[in-house]
Design a protein around this ligand. Structure first.
Ligand SMILES: [Cu+2]
Length: 147
């Protein structure tokens, strides 16, 4: 599932972000995360679901192509669907966040699947990339809750 990266839009995004910063709008980073919930894995399981709201403060759409963490072996982007009454989920290649909009990763919709937690039960670091460009790093911790 290696997506082919088109270098031109990434370059455009990078230039645009630099432009935003150079305009002195330091209070508003290009991408912001709120409502973060990384659900603690069930005992005996090693997979966690991640729910989060991502806000694009720029005037261009943002495509997040991968998410990684030093605290998990891998993180996949998933989408839940209901097919003939059966709930399923599949891996998707990227997340699009429209200009000036929020995208909700939520139960029953798009979400993160965090595979094989390797860190301690303390802080979790998450890094969000558009191609090679790191757009957002955040620190959070597990949320106890139902799956
Ligand atoms: Cu999933």
């Amino acid at each position: 599932m290696c997506s082919t990266l088109n270098p031109l839009p990434l370059f455009t995004l990078f230039v645009m972000c630099s432009f935003l910063y150079s305009c002195g709008n330091y209070d508003e980073p290009p991408l912001v995360a709120t409502n973060i919930a990384i659900i603690e894995p069930i005992t005996g399981k090693s997979v966690s679901a991640g729910y989060i709201t991502l806000i694009n403060n720029t005037h261009a759409s943002i495509e997040l192509t991968h998410v990684d963490s030093p605290d998990f072996e891998s993180i996949e982007i998933h989408e839940s669907t209901v097919d003939n009454g059966i709930a399923k989920m599949r891996q998707i290649n990227s997340l699009f966040i429209k200009a000036g909009s929020a995208l909700n990763l939520e139960r029953g919709g798009k979400h993160l699947m965090l595979m094989r937690h390797t860190g301690s039960l303390g802080t979790i670091s998450l890094n969000f990339y558009s191609g090679e460009l790191l757009l957002l790093s955040l620190q959070t911790s597990f949320t106890a809750g139902t799956h």
